[in-house]
Design a binder for this molecule. Structure first.
Ligand SMILES: NC(=O)c1ccc[n+]([C@@H]2O[C@H](COP(=O)([O-])OP(=O)(O)OC[C@H]3O[C@@H](n4cnc5c(N)ncnc54)[C@H](O)[C@@H]3O)[C@@H](O)[C@H]2O)c1
Length: 273
């Protein structure tokens, strides 16, 4: 893209959950747009395969590390490696997250059957798994006095989404953290550092496929409920989050911080009636 408002060339972008569907697809898109990408995900073999694929098909400006976003020692090590390699971090995309089957209240269960261990795990992944990398990587941004963080919220943050209590609680807290951190960084380190979030509607990914689709590709009962409440009448496609994230990390959104932008086919605008 030639428009300088959206120019990403030379920007160093770290992406957690980079082997996943949404953040992974966006990471590849940003690499194509001329940014330098650092791919982070749980397992070394997955990260290596992703980096090799990107180098072969998109650009050489990519590296990757195994990085558990809930392990501070690992985060510190990865931060040191990125700073040694590039000397700066311009963007952090907090893509690691998602629900876990054990933390879901089954169709025949109620809140009184909630498994609190799994609730804790899903809360940790989706909340601390964003807070910890942000605090770690934003140190570079504070020194540079520039940088952007993009978090992943969800439709479950603002309205009750049945069955997924821990996930919903965590995503509600992500909205709050997005605003809180936007204020903290702008007030103490200047307006060059911005923190925003996207709230995707429903996109078929590894973790929600079985909830939304039957084996033959038809909608499950829950999938049908979602489609009926989505005015556009379909699930999102991964590439439909790229533009919003590109906007949030470029100069096009220079005065935008602390926002949560739905990318949801109208789901959050509609009462369902
Ligand atoms: N798919 C959707 O419809 C949807 C909707 C709203 C929000 N989201 C959010 O978008 C984000 C990306 O979700 P997705 O649908 O692409 O899921 P995904 O499962 O495809 O990707 C998540 C990635 O996070 C990685 N991960 C898990 N635990 C980790 C850890 N401890 N450390 C580092 N990486 C870890 C996984 O290995 C995986 O590659 C999540 O925060 C999710 O909650 C997704």
């Amino acid at each position: 893209m030639n428009n300088s408002l959206f120019d990403l060339k030379g920007k160093v972008i770290a992406v957690t959950g980079a082997a996943g569907v949404l953040a992974g697809g966006t990471a590849k898109y940003l690499l194509k747009e001329g940014a330098t990408l650092v791919m982070l995900d749980l397992f070394q073999d997955k990260v290596d395969a992703l980096v090799a694929d990107c180098k072969a098909n998109i650009s050489e400006n990519v590296s990757g590390y195994a990085c558990n976003v809930l392990n501070q020692e690992i985060l510190d090590g990865v931060y040191a490696q990125i700073m040694a390699e590039h000397g700066r971090i311009d963007v952090l995309i907090n893509g690691a997250g998602g629900n876990m089957p054990g933390a879901t209240i089954g169709p025949d269960q109620t809140i009184f059957d909630l498994n609190l261990d799994d609730y804790d795990k899903v809360l940790a992944l989706n909340l601390k798994g964003t807070v910890m990398p942000t605090i770690t990587f934003a140190k570079a941004m504070a020194e540079q006095k520039s940088g952007c963080v993009v978090n992943f919220s969800s439709m479950s943050a603002g309205q009750a989404l049945t069955r997924v209590l821990g996930y919903s609680n965590a995503k509600g807290a992500i909205d709050n953290f997005t605003r809180w951190m936007a204020v903290e960084l702008a007030q103490k380190f200047g307006g060059g550092i911005r923190v925003n979030a996207i709230a995707p509607g429903f996109f078929v990914s590894h973790q929600n496929r079985a909830l939304l689709l039957n084996d033959d590709g038809t909608y499950t009962a829950r999938g049908t409920q979602v489609i009926n409440k989505t005015p556009m009448g379909r699930f999102g496609e991964q590439d439909e989050v790229n533009g919003c994230i590109h906007y949030l990390i470029s100069d096009a959104s220079k005065f935008v911080t602390g926002t949560v932008i739905p990318v949801d086919g109208g789901f959050s605008a509609y009462t369902g009636v």
